[in-house]
Design a protein around this ligand. Sequence first.
Ligand code: PLP
Ligand code: CA
Length: 308
Amino acid sequence: PSVKFIEKLTDNEKRDFLNSFDLVFCDCDGVIWHNLYDIIPGASDAIQYLRDNGKKVVFVTNNSISSTKDQLRKFSTSNIPVEEQDLIHPAKTISDFLKDQDFKGLILCFASSAFKQHLRDSGFDVVEECFTFPSQQKERLIDGSVMDLHKAIYNKDPVKAVVIDIDFNLTAWKLMRAQVLLKNPECLFIAGAADPRIPFGGHELLGPGAFMYIVEEANQRKAKVFGKPGAELGELLKSSFQIKDPKRVLMVGDSLRSDIQFGKECGFQTLLVLTGAVEEKHLESQQLNELNSPDYVIEKLADLKNLI
Ligand code: PLP
Ligand code: CA
């Protein structure tokens, strides 16, 4: 599939592009900064330029490792004013969904402390369990008693929802616990960030999507996904921001799966920036297909400012 480089458009085409959207969903890591730390030069001016041209900009990140407060502080020190309701991340979308459902019950949550705190601050009970595998059990397991393992994982907690985001202390034991709970069809199965890979210090490391997939496969059951690229997130964004015509929305991001394919599945226009997960050379490779080819490509967000 062919992609359009913004810089190669004629002045008229650039103007048409700028007039073709009212709302921008902007990814953060790889577009605005790297690892919530190194701001990408010119990002602040580019956001201001969009706003000066009458666009509403909403930030949609899969990062719930940092709290809303810390992320807003980072925006503020990066000279990008952002209202709390215009920063969307999985801990928030999941809390909003659960509130909307009038959810009651315990939540087993594999995520960062900030994520769990967000759920608690929203009025939910998150189980804090110690998941060390008792050595006695381990020995019995080696003896071949699978039933003992089952008993050890299963207890009678009224856990009514399992939430999977990124948990740096995830173990096979925890995943088994989730799997057993999710055999109950009434227990909700929810995922936040579902990236198969996430960026860390210039590397792409295994992301929580892989762990969600393990549990999905084990139980032959799909999670509701409230981070990118989840369909449930798309629906939530469309209703929260009262989107009537998805074509008037521009999704900007650096990830082919989490931003571009997600944006296309939602019916949005898509703009890929090359300051993150994808380099220009990948654009010619087989990585691109019908599902994930962006409508437009730009080297860095800052270049938007020189559009017209
Ligand atoms: N996915 C996870 C689980 C993360 O924690 C992060 C960043 O910390 C990201 C993805 C990347 O965030 P973004 O969606 O802003 O690119
Ligand atoms: Ca990103």
